[in-house]
Design a protein around this ligand. Structure first.
Ligand SMILES: *[C@@H]1O[C@H](CO)[C@@H](O)[C@H](O)[C@H]1NC(C)=O
Ligand SMILES: *[C@@H]1O[C@H](CO)[C@@H](O)[C@H](O)[C@H]1NC(C)=O
Ligand SMILES: *[C@@H]1O[C@H](CO)[C@@H](O)[C@H](O)[C@H]1NC(C)=O
Ligand SMILES: *[C@@H]1O[C@H](CO)[C@@H](O)[C@H](O)[C@H]1NC(C)=O
Ligand SMILES: *[C@@H]1O[C@H](CO)[C@@H](O)[C@H](O)[C@H]1NC(C)=O
Length: 535
């Protein structure tokens, strides 16, 4: 092993150009098995010694989080089982007089993409975060804003921006919603904080962006991009941009239940945040709410036809623009069932920081709470997140589960049963109170008396006649995840050994890292870590 490592180290040192960070991996295929934790850099963690009571969301100003303070607190994210981190935009923002909507603490008010935002740290700090993530076999996703910059008047001084010529921007107009041309070419924001809209058909802008993103991704070892306001750019811009980036691109195309409108972006972009399924999951599980489980079935059927690949779409319940789940629906089992849907269905689960702490902010700026005020408690939601990640990482590491088909087995007014690979998930919207007599009956593909385990409670289950699984709610509406016992071998769950701890399968995927080039990737990142300082 020593000689092999030495060989790889020597080889890697030759292959890795100086000062360029190494991304662990990049493609949609490699992201499919990942699980993403989303943070606003300003709100995730404070530097040691800072005043933990000072941050007030309504002040709409910086609270003091940095790339270093994220790096120092990565255990909280990794212990919850996440294998990727999405951070808010890192590029230089507007830093002038306080605007009508406060300061640019969120990072989306871009001024100059060629500079980093020094509010959050230095280039070395961002590289150190990237390196530390890679050392932990985690991916770094960075949020980028391409559609627009930020201004405080509709006739700004364009020379302050990266693209300095007025002709590189669309002329000012307010968006007329529902008119696609207007949504793409007019300016987001309003007259108090207008967001000057880049002309992404202008060849200088196209070339400038493509050159920038390529070097930006390489410089900081970025493994994937989340693209802000992708809906507000002409769709044909994206394939060239993402090809230049050379990494997974997931776009924000804000919307509701229109599957055609969203699906057209997959192709130009690798993936989109799945607003369609968010809308359906909300309709199904939010209490009080429509309690309309057919919305999931309908959305899934349409999505299978219209998207190129539903297994790489981003599943979420919250983000910096949406009301927290817990604001809309205080019943805890409502949250737990919806969370379980996002981890066990097709797609990449994304958790917005604070969901695991039951944050309940309704909208901007209240949904951008400082995480430190939770004391990073190991709440039941945190523990459920960890269990869901641990199980999913195990499936991803030992099988091709992430690629396998998802099939709905049953729906009723109370809930849904679906399979993906060997896993059968049964979810309900009845909420926490026990309901004797309510039952969801799911026809499994197994024979009668087939032994299964509920991953969330470790309780043993057996199928009844003809392979039926009858889920009852005498203890309240809890989510259920059933697998054949053998699937848990090596998972470290429900009394099974962990293949990692036992060291018996050192060459197999362990769920933290996906893909065949694990050894090389690990060594490459090790090389960067070892040699980063002297350069
Ligand atoms: C849509 O918006 C564009 C850009 O503002 C405008 O030129 C066009 O007239 C609008 N179309 C309709 C049908 O209103
Ligand atoms: C439930 O959702 C389906 C599919 O989205 C929709 O067609 C139906 O009208 C909804 N039903 C109710 C009662 O809202
Ligand atoms: C949701 O947000 C609103 C507005 O901030 C607040 O009044 C309400 O108490 C919140 N609901 C919950 C359940 O936290
Ligand atoms: C979460 O799990 C930890 C152990 O990992 C335990 O100490 C803690 O009590 C659990 N939290 C809850 C709310 O059950
Ligand atoms: C519901 O069932 C549980 C468990 O079987 C039992 O303990 C409880 O008394 C029942 N409640 C009602 C209202 O029937």
């Amino acid at each position: 092993m020593a000689t092999r490592s030495t060989y790889f180290l020597a080889l890697s040192a030759l292959l890795v150009p100086r000062c360029v960070q190494v991304a662990l991996a990049a493609t949609a295929d490699e992201w499919r098995g990942r699980s993403i934790y989303q943070v606003l850099t300003d709100r995730f963690a404070l530097p040691e010694g800072a005043d933990t009571d000072a941050c007030k969301v309504e002040d709409q100003t910086w609270c003091g989080g940095t790339w270093n303070s994220i790096r120092e607190n990565l255990d909280y994210i990794q212990d919850a089982g996440f294998t990727a981190l999405w951070i808010s935009p890192v590029n230089q923002n507007y830093d002038g007089e306080r605007s009508a909507y406060g300061d640019a603490y969120h990072g989306y008010w871009i001024k100059d993409i060629s500079q980093l935002n020094d509010r959050f740290g230095s280039a070395d700090d961002l590289k150190a975060l990237s390196n530390e993530l890679h050392k932990r076999n985690m991916y770094l996703m960075v949020d980028v804003v391409v559609n627009n910059v930020m201004a405080t008047q509709t006739d700004p001084d364009f020379s302050q921006y990266y693209f300095k010529d007025k002709s590189q921007y669309h002329p000012y107009c307010g968006i007329e919603w529902g008119n696609t041309t207007s949504e793409q070419d007019c300016w987001l924001g309003d007259e108090k904080v207008p967001l000057p809209d880049l002309d992404t058909r202008n060849q200088d802008v196209i070339d400038g962006y493509n050159t920038w993103i390529k070097s930006f991704v390489q410089e900081y070892g970025i493994d994937g991009l989340r693209i802000d306001a992708a809906k507000h750019v002409n769709i044909d811009f994206w394939s060239g941009f993402c090809a230049s980036a050379g990494v997974f691109c997931i776009g924000e195309v804000f919307g509701g239940d229109d599957v055609d409108a969203l699906a057209q972006y997959q192709g130009p972009l690798d993936s989109v945040l799945n607003y369609n399924m968010y809308t359906a999951v909300t309709a199904a599980f939010k209490i009080p709410g429509d309690l309309n489980v057919s919305a999931i079935q309908d959305t899934l059927e349409q999505s299978k036809q219209k998207f190129k690949d539903i297994t790489v779409l981003g599943n979420f319940l919250e983000n910096q623009d949406l009301p927290r789940w817990h604001n809309q629906s205080v019943d805890l089992q409502s949250l737990y069932n919806a969370m379980t849907y996002n981890f066990m269905s097709s797609g990449i689960p994304i958790v917005y920081y604070g969901q695991e702490q039951y944050f309940a902010g309704v909208h901007d700026p209240y949904n951008r709470e400082p995480l430190w005020q939770s004391n990073y408690e190991k709440t039941a939601a945190y523990n459920l997140t960890a269990t869901l990640n641990m199980f999913r990482n195990h499936l991803v590491g030992t099988t091709d589960w992430a690629k396998q088909d998802m099939e709905i087995l049953t729906t009723s007014e109370y809930g849904i049963g679906f399979s993906k690979g060997d896993v059968i998930t049964v979810l309900t919207n009845i909420g926490s109170p026990a309901q004797n007599g309510t039952q969801i009956a799911v026809k499994s593909p197994y024979d009668s008396s087939y032994a299964m385990t509920d991953v969330l409670t470790c309780r043993q289950w057996v199928t009844s006649s003809e392979g039926m699984l009858d889920v009852e709610y005498t203890g309240g509406g809890k989510p259920v995840i059933l697998v054949p016992e053998k699937v848990l071998a090596g998972s470290g769950m429900c009394g099974q050994d962990s293949s990692l701890a036992s060291g018996s399968k050192t060459d197999s995927n362990d769920g933290l890292v996906v893909g065949g080039s694990r050894l090389l990737a690990t060594l490459l990142s090790a090389v960067v870590i070892v040699f980063a300082w002297p350069w």
